[in-house]
Design a protein around this ligand. Structure first.
Ligand SMILES: *Cc1c(COP(=O)(O)O)cnc(C)c1O
Length: 857
């Protein structure tokens, strides 16, 4: 293949329109409706063609049109006013600035993908969109984040569907010069590069692009530069494109290269170095090793450096599905870390951090999620249920502790409302209540009539129908270049019909084709002459996942039936641009994963913000927010004998809800033709869910529960020449060495009758051996709760016992005596045990070291 030299010519913008250039250069336009309207005015067709991207859009506008606008004083005035508004947005104090000091000046947020706008296609699905929403809300709240990721030449992939329903991938190459990014440069103009030493005297370099996401800079590393040998230029070719070493190189670059890029950025732009590092999933986990390497270079031991790094690191786990967790052969890790990659960090240290054997895994494997947990003092899952699932999934790392002691909390995901709420709902809120914040509006206010809200929803459905027809026509043309466009395309879907959306990536646990279990039953639901239903489906299967592609094919073929095709449509190439019309256009959002494999799921949240009702398995976020008035719960057949039976039961439940509850409710019309009960549910959904499902709520939670405490810990560990980090490392080592000698030798109880009653007080006395440790090093405590069937305690509480200064004479030799009381304040099953756990003020929880000595039962 001949190499094509490609570049993008940027438009020459007249002097009086420089505000446009400034507005286009900051991705804030992607969630700022007034700025989008301004660009739309320039040339509506161009705007649509460029997928609403002002950078490439401006390049397509004719010089005549630009000259015309430059001479239009009104237009120029509005552009200047929007530019002034942007400058104010970038500088004014916001929520974070009102928080008490001390607080971190910089927080780094690492993610392998970022979904910010259709114009910057650097995402595959939920993880990336979430990262994008996190940055946008951080910007709106004034949280001083800096994002770090990779710039993939071809992003994920573009999906087309052949006539027989098979997914085809293509990898359009993006020219960064046509993207809303700029190169980070030295003062003399040379592009900044970061370099990683690889085995066999090779090295990998990357340049650093910056995307401005409102107030948040996003640094994106790119290896496609002349400094690299040919095969290494391709390291950042595709997102999740390769396995094995290709993936490892991407992750080394993201973690290690990312920290190096931040150091240069901070120096060049006068920003403080981050005090807190947040790793969005395990892929970026190597960032901790680069920081350890720096600290070792400054004279700390590996263990001391580890304490400091852990203190300031937050790790978010995103999936209970094993395929979502990166694992490598230990041999490969050894090879990469035996050279000059990270001075001061030896391969065995790295291997120990990613060893999964304690969690029941393989001895040959290095696990990035497990390294992520070991390198971060604070960790979380992404919904309450996923927090529970994660604690159970990783409990082997904290042996001897109850599941509820496992130090992984949860922060439920949220979505960035200004990006995902339909402009017509925002307009309504502005007209009625004078706010663009739909979560502050009172949607149950009777002065807002059902008719008015219904007509907005109708408009949203109409725009979806138009968008579907346009996309299907485009797809048809590209598959059948010679053919005339068939007339059925103009009859696809109907804006009067109950519309259900189902769009997501297509891993098997999401069960794209559950709705097809009983094709005749679905057909009858769709084609009901009085109460028809239409379904819009979209989603990409991973290029290597033929099973997923077969699911898509199954669905596409079903939808090709001439009778059905106006009622069920598969839209190729699911992405942000499509999603923005899809969520608002739906009345119902369907989600039927295999519980509990959907960690959170955010598409249903975006639908809810737009007044769609959810119809979902009780998984992820829906497990904590379904309230009977905001949608329908598809019961999970947890007791089913196998997957086959489970699918059958859950599909039947799905059909029944549709047939007997959901569809009738939508078509139950009053004299005015409106579905009054339905509208009540819509109002209830928008009013009660908009705030809790917002990414603002999520980012505030991360800030208050994770970033601020992590920064305080980092400050403490760093103070007086890292004195406390050294102390903590020494404490941990001493405790680990001494632990095998610790024991709860004997426990005595008294104070309750043979038949204990509420109000009785249990008196406890425990004799313990602490070996070489002293009483200050540990807590001796009673753990009580309700005995579960598996011999463990549920719903546990702990209470410390006091060391007795004048021990009783019956004390066994070489033991210390502890005592305390425990009021029995609840009726029902009761169990307790006495245990010894490490105690140090810099430990976040007693489980942190995974050390516990429990009384023999
Ligand atoms: C929200 C979103 C997703 C993630 O949806 P889930 O429900 O979390 O699977 C994926 N892709 C796009 C384009 C989205 O907007």
């Amino acid at each position: 293949m001949k190499a094509i030299r490609r570049f993008t010519v940027r438009a020459l913008i007249p002097e009086s329109l420089t505000s446009l250039t400034a507005l286009a250069a900051n991705l804030r336009w992607s969630w700022h409706e007034p700025t989008q309207r301004l660009f739309d005015e320039i040339a509506p067709d161009v705007w649509r063609e460029s997928d609403h991207d002002p950078i490439s859009g401006l390049g397509l506008v004719t010089p005549e049109r630009l000259a015309e606008l430059a001479a239009d004083a009104d237009f120029v005035g509005r552009a200047d006013a929007l530019h002034a508004d942007l400058r104010r947005y970038l500088q004014e104090p916001r929520w974070y600035q009102g928080l008490a000091d001390p607080k971190p000046q910089t927080i780094a947020y690492f993610s392998p993908e970022f979904g910010i706008a259709a114009a910057l296609p650097q995402y595959s699905g939920g993880l990336g969109i979430l990262a994008g929403d996190h940055l946008k809300s951080a910007s709106d709240l004034g949280v001083p984040l800096v994002g770090v990721g990779l710039l993939y030449r071809s992003g994920y992939f573009a999906q087309t569907i052949t006539n027989d329903g098979w997914q085809q991938e293509s990898y359009p190459v993006q020219d960064p010069d046509g993207l809303p990014v700029t190169v980070l440069r030295e003062p003399d103009g040379t592009p900044v590069t970061v370099t990683l030493a690889l085995p066999d005297d090779r090295s990998l370099s990357a340049r650093v692009w910056i995307a401005e996401v409102g107030r948040v800079p996003l640094l994106l590393l790119d290896t496609d530069i002349p400094e690299n040998v040919a095969d290494l230029r391709g390291v950042t070719d595709r997102l999740y494109g390769g396995g094995g070493e290709h993936r490892l190189l991407q992750e080394l670059l993201l973690g290690i290269g990312g920290v190096r890029a931040i150091k240069q950025w901070s120096e060049l732009t006068d920003h403080a170095l981050p005090q807190v590092y947040h790793s969005n999933e395990g892929h970026a986990g190597f960032l901790g090793l680069e920081r350890i390497s720096d600290l070792v270079g400054n004279g700390l031991s590996f263990d001391e450096a580890l304490q400091l790094v852990r203190g300031g690191t937050v790790f978010t786990t995103h999936t209970p599905v094993p395929a979502g967790i990166d694992r490598f052969d230990r041999e490969v890790i050894t090879r990469y870390f035996s050279g000059d990659l990270l001075p001061g960090v030896a391969a065995p240290d790295v291997l120990a951090l990613g060893d999964e054997t304690a969690n029941g895994g393989s001895a040959d494997v290095f696990n990035l999620a497990i390294m992520g947990l070991r390198l971060a003092q604070r960790a979380n899952g992404v919904s309450r249920l996923h927090g529970e699932v994660s604690r159970a999934m990783f409990r082997g790392l904290w042996p001897g502790f109850d599941v509820s002691d496992v130090p992984i909390t949860s922060i439920t995901n949220g979505v960035h409302a200004p990006s995902w709420t339909d402009p017509s709902l925002v307009d309504l809120a502005v007209d009625r209540w004078g706010t663009t914040d739909t979560s502050r509006a009172d949607w149950s206010d009777p002065s807002l009539s059902d008719a008015e809200l219904w007509s907005r929803k109708h408009g949203m459905r109409e725009r979806l129908v138009a968008d579907v027809r346009r996309r299907i026509a485009d797809g048809y043309r590209s598959q059948n270049p010679q053919a005339v466009l068939p007339s059925w395309i103009d009859e696809l879907l109907d804006p009067e019909v109950l519309t259900i959306g189902f769009a997501r990536r297509v891993p098997s646990y999401k069960r794209l084709t559950l709705m097809l279990r009983d094709p005749d039953r679905l057909r009858a639901i769709l084609l009901d002459p009085e109460r028809p239903v239409q379904i819009v489906v979209a989603g990409k299967a991973h290029p290597a996942d033929d099973d997923g592609k077969r699911l898509i094919q199954h669905l596409v073929r079903f939808a090709q039936d001439p009778e059905l095709r106006s009622r069920i449509v598969f839209l190729p190439d699911y992405g942000i641009g499509m999603a923005k019309t899809l969520y608002p256009g739906c009345d119902v959002w369907l989600n039927n994963p295999l519980r509990p494999l959907e960690a959170c799921g955010t598409s249903g949240m975006k639908a809810a913000l737009n007044g769609a009702l959810n119809l979902s398995i009780l998984d992820g976020w829906w497990n904590e927010y379904a309230d009977g008035e905001n949608g329908w719960v598809i019961p999970s057949a947890d007791g089913a004998a196998d997957d086959e039976e489970r699918d059958a039961l859950e599909a039947t439940a799905l059909y029944e809800i549709l047939e007997h509850q959901l569809v009738p409710r939508f078509y139950e019309r009053e004299d005015d033709g409106l579905p009054q009960r339905w509208m009540q549910m819509v109002r209830h959904t928008i009013s009660t869910l908009s705030e809790p499902l917002s990414a603002d709520r999520m980012v505030r939670e991360y800030t208050e529960r994770m970033y601020l405490p992590a920064a305080a810990m980092e400050r403490e560990l760093n103070a007086s020449d890292q004195q406390r980090a050294r102390e903590l490392a020494a404490y941990k080592q001493r405790v680990r060495e001494a632990w095998p000698q610790l024991a709860v030798a004997h426990v005595e109880s008294g104070g309750v009758d043979a038949v204990p009653q509420v109000g009785d007080v249990l008196r406890l006395r425990a004799y313990v051996q602490l070996g070489s440790l002293s009483p200050e090093d540990v807590t001796v405590e009673v753990v009580c709760g309700v005995p579960g069937t598996g011999g463990e305690l549920l719903d546990i509480r702990t209470q410390p016992l006091e060391q007795q200064q004048s021990p009783s004479t019956s004390r066994p030799e070489h033991t210390l005596e502890y005592a305390g009381t425990l009021p029995l304040d609840r009726a029902g099953g009761f169990g307790y045990t006495v245990r010894i756990v490490p105690r140090h003020e810099l430990l976040l929880t007693p489980a942190e070291l995974g050390l516990v000595a429990v009384a023999d039962q």
